[in-house]
Design a binder for this molecule. Structure first.
Ligand code: BTN
Length: 324
C-alpha cells in the first residue's frame, strides 16, 4: 500500500485530540489489515510524528508536529484545488525554481512546492530571501489562469490580501500591506511575494507565486542587515505558530479569493487591498531619493504618486519607502 492513506490516518488522530484510537477501528475505517496499519504507523513515526502505541488501547497522537511534511499538511487541508498536489522538499535552492520546472513538466493548476529551507531563496528586485530551516514558510504556488497579462497584477493583489486576511483574522495580528504586495506588522516586513510568469502569445502560460512568511524566527534570529526591518509572527504574537496549520489556512484563503477573481469580483480584491494597505495617503520616498505622496493605485497595480510640484507619476513596479 502506498502513502495515500496517511493523511486520512493523521486526520483521524488529530480529530481525537490526544485520546487513544483503537487499531481495529482505524484499520476498519481505512479498509486495511492491522498489519498494514502497523506499517503505516511506523512510517508516520519515521517522519518524526509523535505517535505512541499503547497496548490494548491503540494509538495516541501526542501533539501535531510543526513540520510541513505531506501527511500533516494534507490531513489539515480543506481546500479543493489550491494547494495540491503537494511537493515537499527538505532543502532546495529556491521553491520558485522548482515550481517553474514542474510547470514545464505539466504540473496542474494549484500545485504547491514547499521547502523547510532554501539555500538561495529569492526576493523581488534581485534581493535574497532569508530562509532558515524549520522556522518559517517558503512556498511556490503554480497557477494556470486563463487571463491576459494585463490582469496578472490583480492576482498579486489577491495573494497579499489573502495572506493579510489570514494573519489578521486567524491570528489577530495587525498585518497591513505596503505597496506593491509586502505584508508588514508594526512597520516591519513579515511576508513577501515574488510572482514570476512565463508567457505565450501575450498570455500567461503559467504563474509561480512565491511566498516567504516569517513565522517562528526569533527577534535576534534575523541577519544584521535586515534585523531592523524584518519581523516574524512569533515576535509580534509572542508565541510560536504551527506552520502546517497556517499554510493550510493560507491555501484555503487563496482558494476563496481565487474563486472571487474568476467570477469577476475583482473590485472586492482591490477594495480589500485598499482597506489593508498603509501606503496610500502617506508621503513616500521613491528609489533614487525622489519624494511625493502616494495618492492611489490603478487596477493594473501601479502606484500613483503626486510629486511636490503637483505632477502625478505612475509607478508600475519597484519599491517605495513609506514615511510615517
Ligand atoms: C520579496 O522580495 O518580498 C519576495 C520574497 C519572496 C520569497 C519567497 S520564499 C519562497 C519562494 N522561493 C523563492 O526563492 N522566493 C519565494
Amino acid at each position: 500500500m502506498g502513502t495515500d492513506k496517511d493523511p486520512l490516518l493523521m486526520s483521524i488522530l488529530i480529530g481525537r485530540k490526544g485520546e487513544a484510537v483503537s487499531g481495529e477501528e482505524m484499520a476498519q475505517t481505512l479498509g486495511i489489515s492491522r498489519v498494514a496499519l502497523h506499517k503505516r504507523m511506523e512510517h508516520l513515526k519515521a517522519w518524526g510524528i509523535p505517535i505512541r502505541s499503547i497496548p490494548r488501547k491503540g494509538y495516541i497522537l501526542e501533539g501535531v508536529p510543526d513540520l510541513l511534511i505531506p501527511p500533516v499538511y494534507l490531513a489539515l487541508l480543506k481546500s479543493h484545488h489550491i494547494g495540491k498536489p503537494y511537493h515537499y522538499l527538505e532543502k532546495v535552492d529556491s521553491t520558485n525554481r522548482v515550481a517553474k520546472e514542474l510547470s514545464h513538466q505539466g504540473a496542474p493548476h494549484g500545485s504547491l512546492v514547499v521547502a523547510e529551507a532554501q539555500t538561495r531563496g529569492r526576493g523581488r528586485l534581485g534581493r535574497s530571501w532569508f530562509s532558515p530551516k524549520g522556522e518559517n514558510i517558503y512556498f511556490s504556488l503554480i497557477l494556470k489562469p486563463e487571463i491576459s497579462i494585463m490582469e496578472v497584477p490583480q492576482l498579486t493583489f489577491l495573494v497579499s490580501v489573502a495572506l493579510t486576511q489570514v494573519i489578521r483574522e486567524k491570528l489577530q495580528l495587525d498585518a497591513l500591506i505596503k505597496w506593491p504586495n509586502d505584508v508588514y506588522i508594526k512597520g516591519r516586513k513579515v511576508a513577501g511575494i515574488l510572482m514570476e510568469m512565463e508567457t505565450r502569445e501575450k498570455r500567461p502560460l503559467f504563474l509561480v507565486v512565491g511566498v516567504g512568511l516569517n513565522v517562528n524566527t526569533p527577534n535576534n534570529g534575523f541577519p544584521l542587515e535586515i534585523s531592523t526591518r524584518a519581523t516574524s509572527l512569533m515576535v509580534e504574537g509572542k508565541r510560536r505558530y504551527l506552520r502546517p496549520q497556517l499554510l493550510t489556512w493560507i491555501m484555503e484563503a487563496l482558494e476563496t479569493w481565487y474563486e472571487r477573481f474568476q467570477i469577476s469580483q475583482r473590485e472586492d480584491i482591490l477594495r480589500y487591498w485598499r482597506e489593508y494597505n498603509f501606503t496610500l495617503g502617506k508621503p513616500v520616498k521613491l528609489q533614487g531619493g525622489r519624494e511625493g505622496w502616494a495618492i492611489g493605485v490603478t487596477p493594473q497595480g501601479a502606484l500613483l504618486v503626486r510629486r511636490l510640484g503637483g505632477s502625478i507619476i505612475s509607478l508600475g513596479a519597484g519599491d517605495v519607502e513609506v514615511v510615517e
